[in-house]
Design a protein around this ligand. Sequence first.
Ligand code: AGP
Length: 610
Amino acid sequence: MCGIVGYIGDEQAAPILLNGLTKLEYRGYDSAGIAVFDGSEIRMEKVSGRLQRLKEATDNGKALPGMVGIGHTRWATHGCPSDTNAHPHFNKEHSIIVVHNGIIENFTKLKLHLENRGYQFVSETDTEVLAHLLDYYYKRTRNPLAALTKVMQKVEGSYALGILFRDHPDSIYSARKDSPLIVGQSERGNFIASDVPAILQYTREVFYMENEEIAVLTRDDIKFYNVDEEPVEKTATHIEWDVNAAEKGGYEHFLLKEIYEQPRAIRDTVNPRIKDGQIEIEELQMTDEEIKGIDKIMIVACGSAYHTGVMAKYVFEGMARVPVEVDLASEYRYRDPIFGRNTLVIVVSQSGETADSLAALRESQAHGQKVLGIVNVVGSSIAREADSVMYTWAGPEISVATTKAYSAQLAAFYLLALKFGRVRKTISDSDYEAYISDLQKLPEQMEEILKDRQPIQRFANRYLAAEHIFFIGRGIDYAISLEGSLKLKEISYIHSEAYAAGELKHGTISLIEDGTLVVAVATQEKLYPKTVSNIVEVKTRGAFVMALTNEDNKDIEKVSDFTFYIPKTNRYFAGSLAVLPLQLFAYYVSLGRGLDVDKPRNLAKSVTVE
Ligand code: AGP
């Protein structure tokens, strides 16, 4: 979703803002703008479309000189993508300039209130209300901090804000509630940003802003306040990861690089948590007695993270015999869930900022439930608000379509399920050992699959013009089908559906006709004959079948048109291997169709609105 960057210091601001916004492109956007204080006036440029247009319009920033500025990439919510609706937004005199990420939910009421007082609006956005409301209170207080806190008390919804006041040319004001915002500190100046990659080139010292906190940045200083204007003490976090982690490193796309980083992501997530052959998850903060007492697990997430939950249900129930409910966060938050006497709620999120997942976490805590977060972004909102957090060490994931974070989330679930199974004595010692050994072998097996991606590329090239593609599987293979289908949809724009293979005949099979591509995932030995029967059903109706299985099942070639073999592992972990060819398939279809693989249309990396 929207990206914010702000800079105040010794350098020209505009190139830094443009560079930072480029690093935030992965978040998804449809227009962009920057505003720079040139000493006497605040000058601004904003355009719809790609950042490249903004770079051209500002001669790569040279046309907007000055050492204080704010920038924004907008992902449209209120009002279409256009030059006028692009941020920054401003008051009538252009003396207060605002960039905003989030949604002001009561903007209609506030707008009416301001219009009744003579304010005129030029855009369709909810954000413009902030510029005029700041103007309203600033004219009464002549104090930017007081005006900002007044506005924060009036607005409902979510916001991360960067604000320039022409009367205060040596400061950037910022505030956040439920939308991410960090503050960076360096020798050469200070920064605000939606995410670390935007400023990592300039600093590794970062402050994570809490809800309803304000930061006032000058060239040499950063002051934090709460909404009562009281100073707040904060400690900077040192960012450890390398700037190269957020670069393409020789790959054509971030997506391909991240697909290839999966073996490393699994190693980093798993290995530090296995000591002397035993799984130790210190972050879990649960005694063995507490683990034994859990009577229900509720997994809540969105998109691909939700798909890891669907998979985890099979794994947890199989290994640890605990009943698991899996919910889409956007449904869970309003469905008034029924908790058990000893429920563990697990919220899964790559970004740690997904609005629905965060709301689900808060809803659970409001009902007295303890929440474990499985999160990739260190210091993100879900990581900070969860009662305990288990990080997936996938590293920064830039491509909108998740791959390595998804795989690391699965690995985190395997660790948890094994730990629970061991403590609850639902798996034998020998199985426990065998599973740990299989888990540690997964990265190597992934590398084997990734060694030769050509067969998948060739196959994908035959399906560039497909209109519908179906993914089928049973059990864990169904969970993987969900993910394969989502990957394809989001980056290739081909309509696709994932179906539990046995369910097809209850309606959807009527869509299968001559040449329809059906991707059949068949890694589960017990279910293999059943899935083969379902393959035959679609073949009989003219489908072209791509099968995914392991070397033991060579007879699948009799009923499929193209087979991709994955190495053998136990039934629970097979999904982690089967997903790789599906990710590569989606990648090559998108590439072959000439699409923007890393930044698919209409999508955002971190969905910070409801
Ligand atoms: C997956 O490729 C998606 N881009 C999307 O479904 C994503 O998994 C979802 O929005 C959840 O995001 P999160 O993990 O950051 O919470």
